[in-house]
Write a protein that binds this ligand. Structure first.
Ligand code: OXD
Ligand code: MN
Length: 627
């Protein structure tokens, strides 16, 4: 699909008469197509009303008041948290449901071994069944949205229909919504179709519940026709279809076909004490600290970090042989627990107001709280399920996957360039995970192919962001396991190909990081958070060629003296352990990588198999030397 955008404002042939909530009457074929599609969905789902979202302040105010009146949102005390709300989900609907997430590609092998494939014909029939009448008694909202600044060269447009006003409110924060997007559609820009229903139709006179949803859930992607159907859940990535469904799963397919990358990454600008700017993107699995790194406040003097994005980055090769990166989202949908003054003061400041919180605890003064916001919980909390919280119960007051939804523009260290439609040039790419053992604090890849191998072999301890057993180790290549819309083997090959399109001296350098290594006694060996700037400092000095590194079997690691550890008191033994590479443990890791690679069969690029062989060879030699 060729998408050509320009930033020059275009005048549509027919000026629209745009009434709040009404379908716009642009007289163009593409708008007629959109209206016809909306009619088809309405015929299937049979809502009582259809409301076209215009993205205006008045509309948003009306929507939020309505949600409060219906008991679906609690308005927080404006003295502490102006313009902010608390939503409590149904206890069964608290995270992305990966087991119910499907890729319905025409060919099963295009979904690959890491996705749940569904036959598209059968799945369409199922969708027609579950969506039939699913919006009865409700309003169907039509949300035209843009990922990336409206009209930007890297931006893409979509439309979400939904029967959840909460999803509308979230989409309005997370994307650019409304009339300006419709103008692009009227002008013929291509758009992606996304359909969402909580699956809880109301009989005439039936009272609604606080959080309508259905035990039966389907999050379905049709990559061949660029469509998404999501049924039964109102939570996060299951309901904000622009995010994981579009900007990652569907966009990764578009990116494969067009030669760019849609990635589960944060994006920052790092400014050195000399005032030089660098751009770093980093892929970590869900709930592994992407938002914290995106909002880093360095503890070492002179360094500054500006935020560009915290979850998704679209990356495209430029004509100059570099990679350019852009955050397609307009807001942050961050994990609340663990976000506090000592861990992420920038996030805390970002959340001063205009925020929708979901599943955090409520304070008696009408403000919110979650584990990690302060060291000591306030008295008299109401927990995320709406019951008085008993600290002795052993249960958390906020759900471990409770979230905040807030506009990126509110971040006090947002970069001036966060909406730059051209993106920013990348200097380094980081891959990381939560690993208690084996993986050192930082390792540099020897070249692009080795970097792709590091990305392809990320494993991490499972977190609460998705259903499953927390703590269990799982492979999460490029942190994209739940988000790649096509065969992951082809995705590895695509990464290798993108590398070939770059100029060898302008491609970003690739690193693996691990902030979470623990000692034998279970304590973290590295302080993390603001001190991660010390690792970034080393990475930048590597990019600049200012420091050498030690070549090890798994990649290049810092010479301890090159790390800026001033002001830290880390025992030497801990430092040694942070960089310890145990050949036996790594050979076992190589065996598990081989097992993991086997699932891709002949779709695994030969270059990655060679990387594994070379790793084993180096481990057998266990040589370490200066490079
Ligand atoms: C997210 C996730 O919500 O990765 O960002 O689960
Ligand atoms: Mn994420």
């Amino acid at each position: 699909m060729a998408i050509a955008h320009t930033l020059v404002p275009r005048v549509t042939s027919v000026a629209p008469s745009y009434q709040h909530g009404q379908a716009p009457d642009y007289d163009t074929a593409s708008m007629a197509e959109l209206r016809a599609w909306v009619d088809t969905i309405a015929e299937l789902t049979q809502p009582d009303r259809v409301h076209w979202v215009d993205g205006s302040r008045a509309e948003n105010t009306h929507l939020m008041n309505q949600l409060v009146d219906e008991g679906k949102l609690i308005k927080l005390n404006p003295e502490w948290r102006p313009g902010s709300y608390l939503a409590r989900s149904h206890p069964s609907d608290v995270a992305r449901t990966e087991a119910r997430t499907f890729i319905a590609s025409n060919r099963e092998e295009d979904a690959g071994p890491t996705n749940n494939w569904a036959d598209p014909t059968e799945m369409r029939a199922t969708m027609n069944t579950v969506f039939a009448g699913s919006m009865r008694g409700r309003t169907m909202y039509v949300i035209p949205f843009s990922m990336g600044p409206v009209g930007g060269a890297l931006s893409h447009i979509g439309v979400q229909v939904t029967d959840s006003a909460y999803a509308v409110a979230s989409m309005s924060i997370m994307t650019r919504v409304g009339a300006s997007v419709l103008e692009r559609i009227a002008d013929g820009d291509p758009w992606v179709r996304t359909v969402h229903s909580v699956g809880a139709p109301l009989q005439p006179g039936e009272a609604d519940v606080e959080w309508p949803c259905n035990d039966d859930k389907y999050i379905v992607h049709f990559p061949d026709t660029l469509e998404v159907y999501s049924y039964g859940s109102g939570y996060g990535g299951n309901a904000i279809l622009a995010k994981k469904c579009f900007a990652l799963r569907i966009a990764s397919v578009i990116a494969r076909d067009e030669g760019w990358l849609a990635e589960h990454m944060l994006l920052v600008r790092v400014i050195s004490p000399e005032g030089k700017q660098y751009h770093v993107a980093a892929a970590f699995p869900s709930a592994c600290g992407k938002t914290n790194l995106a909002m880093l406040r360095p503890t070492i003097p002179g360094w500054k970090v500006e935020t560009l994005g915290d979850d998704i980055v679209w990356i495209r090769p430029g004509t100059d042989g570099r990679l350019y990166a852009m955050n397609p989202e307009a807001g942050f949908f961050g994990v609340a627990p663990g976000t506090g003054e000592s861990t992420n003061i920038t996030a805390v400041e970002t959340l001063w107001g205009n925020t929708i919180f979901t599943n955090v605890a409520l304070r008696p003064d009408g403000d919110v709280w979650w584990e990690g916001l302060t060291d000591t919980p306030p008295e008299g909390l109401i927990d995320w399920e709406g019951n008085p919280w008993n600290p002795a119960s052993g249960k958390p007051a906020a759900h471990p996957n409770s979230r905040f939804t807030v506009s990126a523009a509110q971040c006090p260290q947002i970069s001036d360039d966060w909406e730059n439609p051209e993106g920013v040039p990348l200097d380094a790419i980081l891959f990381g995970g939560r690993r208690a053992s084996n993986v050192p604090l930082v390792v540099e890849a020897t070249d692009w192919t080795h970097g792709v191998f590091l990305g392809a072999t990320i494993s991490s301890e499972r977190t609460a962001a998705a259903e499953g057993t927390v703590g269990e180790l799982r492979r999460d290549p490029f942190a994209m396991l739940p988000f790649c819309g096509y065969n992951m083997g082809d995705y590895f090959a695509h990464w290798l190909n993108v590398g070939k399109s770059l100029r060898f001296d302008r491609a970003p350098r690739i690193f693996q990081v691990n902030w979470f290594r623990r000692g034998d006694d279970g304590r973290f060996l590295w302080p993390g958070f603001g001190d991660n700037a010390r690792v970034i400092d080393w990475i930048i000095r590597r990019v600049e060629g200012q420091v050498s590194a030690e070549a090890t079997p798994i990649g290049r690691i810092p010479l301890i003296d090159d790390l800026d550890l001033s002001g830290l008191t880390i025992p030497e033994a801990d430092l040694a352990e942070l960089f310890d590479i145990d050949p036996q443990a790594w050979l076992a890791e190589a065996d598990s990588t081989e097992e993991f690679f086997e699932i891709f069969g002949d779709r695994l690029p030969a270059a990655l198999r060679s990387e594994l062989d070379a790793l084993r060879y180096r481990l057998a030699q266990t040589q370490r030397s200066l490079t």
